[in-house]
Design a protein around this ligand. Structure first.
Ligand SMILES: O=C(O)CCC(=O)C(=O)O
Ligand SMILES: [Fe+2]
Length: 291
C-alpha cells in the first residue's frame, strides 16, 4: 500500500515560488500542515458572507431540522442554490493557501453545509476521494459559528495522514456502503493500536481547518444536544490528476470521477451530466479506461 509522501515532496519544491506570489501562509504553517496533516487558519473571512450562508441555506435543510428536531442534517452542493456558498468555496485566500500547500491549482468539487454536529466516526476522505498521483485532495472546514467542546467539534488525529491509504479491499471488505460500518471499526482499531491522540477543532466563527486527504477525522459527540454547529466543508482536488472513488472501486476496477469544478464566478451553466445518457456514457468511458 502506498504511503502518503508524493504530494509532500512535490509541493515542497514549488512552495517557495508560489509563496512569493501569494504569501497567504507562512513557511511555518506550510511545514506544520505537512507534518501534522491539518492546519487551522484564520482567513479573515467577511462576517456578512458567513451570516448569509447560514441564513440562505436554512430553507434547504430538512423539515425535521427546521421544526426544531435534534436531527443530523446536511445539504450537499448548496453552492448551486446559494451563491455565497460558492463564493466561500472558491474564496481567493483559501485557494491561494491551498496552492501554497500542495503546489498545484486547487479545484473545488463539492460543498457540504451542516447546521448541527455530524458525530461521524473517524475516517480518511481518501476512501471517498482519491486521485492519481495520490494525495491531491484536501477538505476545508469553515466554522460558521463559534465551536467548543459542547457542540460537537471536529475531531482529528494529527500525523495520521502518514498511515497507509486504506481502501475497502485492504480490510477484505466489499466496495460500497454495506461494509462501511466495518471500515469504521477497523479504523477505530488502528487508532487504538497506533496509540493516536485526538485533537478537537475548537475554533471561532470564521476560522478554517484544512485537512489532508488521508488525515483521520470525524465529528465529536455532542455534549449539549440542543446546540447548533453551523459549518461548511469544501472538498478540493488539484489540477492535472485522474480522480477516482476507492469506496466503489474493486481491486481491478477503478471507479473514475469526472467532477464538475465549482465555478470561480457566478456566470456558469450547469452541465446536463445527471441525465441518463450521460451517466451511461460515463460508465462506458470508465470501462474503456479499465475502471
Ligand atoms: O463536519 C464533520 O463533522 C465531519 C465532516 C467530514 O468528515 C467531511 O466533510 O469530510
Ligand atoms: Fe471526512
Amino acid at each position: 500500500m502506498p504511503w502518503v509522501t508524493g504530494p509532500k515532496k512535490q509541493a515542497s519544491s514549488s512552495v517557495s515560488s508560489t509563496m512569493a506570489t501569494t504569501g497567504i501562509l507562512s513557511p511555518e504553517q506550510i511545514s506544520s500542515f505537512h507534518d501534522r496533516g491539518v492546519l487551522k487558519v484564520d482567513f479573515s473571512l467577511d462576517s456578512d458572507l458567513l451570516d448569509n450562508i447560514v441564513e440562505k441555506v436554512h430553507p434547504y435543510y430538512s423539515q425535521e431540522y427546521r421544526r426544531g428536531e435534534l436531527v443530523i442534517d446536511r445539504v450537499q452542493d448548496a453552492w448551486k442554490l446559494v451563491d455565497e456558498v460558492r463564493q466561500l468555496a472558491v474564496h481567493k485566500s483559501v485557494t491561494s493557501a491551498l496552492e501554497q500547500l500542495l503546489g498545484r491549482k486547487p479545484l473545488a468539487f463539492q460543498t457540504l453545509n451542516f447546521p448541527r454536529a455530524t458525530e461521524q466516526q473517524p475516517h480518511a476522505d481518501v476512501l471517498h476521494f482519491n486521485c492519481e498521483p495520490g494525495g491531491y485532495m484536501v477538505g476545508v472546514w469553515v466554522a460558521l459559528e463559534d465551536i467548543d467542546e459542547d457542540n460537537g467539534p471536529l475531531i482529528y488525529y494529527p500525523g495520521s495522514h502518514r498511515l497507509p491509504e486504506y481502501s475497502m479491499q485492504d480490510f477484505d471488505l466489499k466496495p460500497g456502503f454495506d461494509d462501511y460500518p466495518e471500515y469504521e471499526q477497523r479504523i477505530q482499531s488502528i487508532i487504538q493500536e497506533q496509540g493516536l491522540s485526538p485533537e478537537y477543532g475548537l475554533v471561532k466563527r470564521g476560522e478554517a481547518i484544512i485537512w489532508h486527504a488521508n488525515l483521520l477525522h470525524g465529528g465529536a459527540a455532542y455534549k449539549d444536544r440542543t446546540r447548533t454547529r453551523h459549518s461548511q466543508v469544501t472538498h478540493y482536488y488539484f489540477e492535472d490528476c485522474r480522480y477516482f472513488t476507492p469506496m466503489f472501486s474493486g481491486k481491478h476496477r477503478r471507479r473514475y470521477r469526472f467532477p464538475f469544478w465549482i465555478p470561480e464566478t457566478n456566470q456558469y451553466t450547469l452541465p446536463e451530466d445527471r441525465s441518463l445518457p450521460a451517466q451511461f456514457l460515463r460508465r462506458v468511458i470508465n470501462k474503456l479506461r479499465g475502471g
